[in-house]
Design a protein around this ligand. Structure first.
Ligand code: SF4
Length: 413
C-alpha cells in the first residue's frame, strides 16, 4: 500500500528532548546489550569535552533564524552509569546545554544511577545543578539473583540509595526491577515487589529478562547452561505486578511503567509519542524530521569524529557526518506503523480524531485488522475525556509483541 508523504512532526516552536549517553560501567552485566564499556573510565575527560562540543554545535544549528535557542523540555542522562561521573562533569555539561538551548524551568532532568556506587555528595551537587529525577537499576531484592545478574550492589544498597536520593531532595525517584529471571520463583518476585513498594518511590519500571544476541547470557542459553523462564511464569508475574501496583495506587501508564499520579516519565513519553529528540554521546540515537539517526558507538571513534571538521548547521541535523554514522528516514507507511506501535504502549492509547488529523486517514482504514484484535480481546475502544481512543487491554499489554507484529505488516505491504 502506498500512502502520501506525511509532514514532519516537529515545528519551529516545539520543545525537544535531549538524551545524554554515558558509556561507562564498573563492569559489564552478562545480560546487557547497551552501548557501554567497563575499564574505559580513563577516557572520561576527553569524552566530556566531546559531549560539550557536540551539544554546542547542535544547539547552534538548532537556533532559529533570529538566533533564538531551541526549547528543551526534558533531559535524560542514560548509559551506562552516569552516576559514575563527578558532579563537576554533570554540572559542566548541563551548563553547556543551557548556553545554547532554552531549558524550561520545569524541565524534567533525570540521572540514571547504580545503587552500588552512589555518593551522597555527588547526588547533592547534581541536584543543585538542576537534576531533579533519579532513576536506579535495582533489579531485585534477592541477593542470589542480584549476584546471578552480575550486579555490584546488594539488597541493602538499594535501601541506602533510596535514602540518599530522598536526602538529596530529588523531586522523583524511579527504581527498575526485573522479573522472569531463570529459576526466580513467584514468592521471590512477590517479596521483591513488596520491598519495592516499601521504598515509596514515585515511579517503578518492571522489565522481563530479555535474552539479547551478542551477550554472555545469549551464549549460556544457547549452550543449555541457563534455562529461561517460561512465558506462563512471565505472564503470571506480570499480572501479579499489575494487580499489586494498582492496589498500591500506582498508575500503569505504559506496558512496563507505573507511576504515582503526576510522576510519569516525561522524557520516555517523548519516545512513545514519537516526538523529536536529540541524543548526544557514543551510540546515542535521535529522531528528527521523521528520521532516526545514530552516532558512532566506540568511545575513541566518537571523540575523534566530534572533534573533526563537522558542522551540523551546514549539513542539516541528522545528516551523516561527524559522530553521525547511520540514518533512516521513515517512509509514510513506516511512520504510521511506528506511531501506532509506540503510542499503543501507552495506556492513554491512540485518540482516533488525533490520528485522522495527523495522517488524513482513519485508523480502521489503514489497519483493517483492528476489528480482529478487538474481537480477540487485545485492543479495546474507549472514551477519554469525550474522545474516542483505541488502546491495549491488559491481555494486549501482556501480548504486546503479537499485536505490534500485525501493525508492522503495513510496512511490509
Ligand atoms: S550497570 Fe546497567 S548499563 Fe551497565 S552493564 Fe549493567 S545493565 Fe548494562
Amino acid at each position: 500500500m502506498q500512502l502520501k508523504t506525511v509532514s514532519a512532526y516537529n515545528s519551529e516552536s516545539e520543545a525537544i528532548s535531549l538524551y545524554i549517553h554515558i558509556p561507562f560501567c564498573h563492569k559489564k552485566c552478562p545480560y546487557c546489550d547497551f552501548n557501554t564499556y567497563a575499564g574505559m573510565f580513563g577516557w572520561r575527560k576527553r569524552y566530556i569535552a566531546a559531549l560539550i562540543r557536540e551539544i554546542t554545535l547542535l544547539g547552534q544549528a538548532l537556533q532559529s533564524a533570529n538566533g533564538a535557542p531551541k526549547r528543551v523540555c526534558t533531559i535524560f542522562w542514560g548509559g551506562g552509569t552516569p552516576s559514575l561521573l563527578p558532579a563537576t562533569d554533570i554540572c559542566d555539561v548541563l551548563h553547556a546545554v543551557r548556553a545554547v538551548f532554552a531549558v524550561d524551568d520545569s524541565a524534567e532532568i533525570t540521572l540514571e544511577a547504580n545503587p552500588g556506587a552512589l555518593e551522597y555528595n555527588r547526588l547533592d551537587a547534581a541536584q543543585k545543578c538542576g537534576v531533579n529525577r533519579l532513576s536506579m537499576g535495582a533489579q531485585s531484592f534477592d541477593a542470589d539473583l542480584l549476584h546471578w545478574l552480575g550486579r555490584i550492589h546488594s539488597p541493602d544498597d538499594i535501601l541506602t540509595a533510596a535514602a540518599k536520593g530522598n536526602a538529596a531532595g530529588f523531586r522523583s525517584l524511579n527504581f527498575d526491577f526485573m522479573y522472569a529471571l531463570p529459576e526466580q520463583t513467584m514468592a521471590q518476585w512477590q517479596d521483591t515487589l513488596e520491598k519495592a513498594l516499601a521504598l515509596q518511590a514515585q515511579h517503578l519500571s518492571l522489565y522481563s529478562l530479555i535474552v539479547e544476541p551478542n551477550t554472555p547470557l545469549f551464549d549460556w542459553v544457547q549452550r543449555g547452561d541457563v534455562v529461561t523462564a517460561s512465558e506462563d511464569i512471565a505472564a503470571d508475574m506480570y499480572e501479579y505486578a499489575c494487580d499489586r501496583l494498582a492496589a498500591a495506587g500506582y498508575h500503569h501508564y505504559e506496558i512496563s511503567n507505573w507511576a504515582l499520579p503526576g510522576y510519569e516519565c516525561e522524557h520516555n513519553i517523548t519516545y512513545w509519542k514519537l516526538r523529536p529528540f536529540i541524543g548526544v554521546g557514543a551510540g546515542a540515537h535521535s529522531f528528527w524530521n521523521n528520521t532516526h539517526y545514530s552516532n558512532q558507538t566506540e568511545i575513541a571513534a566518537y571523540i575523534a569524529a566530534t572533534h573533526s571538521e563537522w558542522n551540523p548547521a551546514a549539513l542539516g541535523i541528522g545528516s551523516i557526518g561527524g559522530p553521525v554514522v547511520e540514518r533512516r528516514e521513515l517512509m509514510a507507511e513506516e511512520l504510521i506503523s511506528e506511531t501506532v506501535i509506540m503510542r499503543l504502549r501507552l495506556r492513554e492509547g491512540i485518540p482516533l480524531g488525533w490520528f485522522q488529523n495527523r495522517f488524513q486517514r482513519a485508523l480502521a482504514d489503514v489497519f483493517p485488522e483492528l476489528r480482529f484484535l478487538q474481537d480477540n480481546g487485545l485492543l479495546e475502544e474507549d472514551n477519554n475525556d469525550g474522545e474516542s481512543i483505541i488502546r491495549l487491554t491488559q491481555r494486549g499489554m501482556l501480548l504486546g509483541n503479537e499485536v505490534f507484529e500485525r501493525f508492522l505488516s503495513l510496512q511490509k505491504n
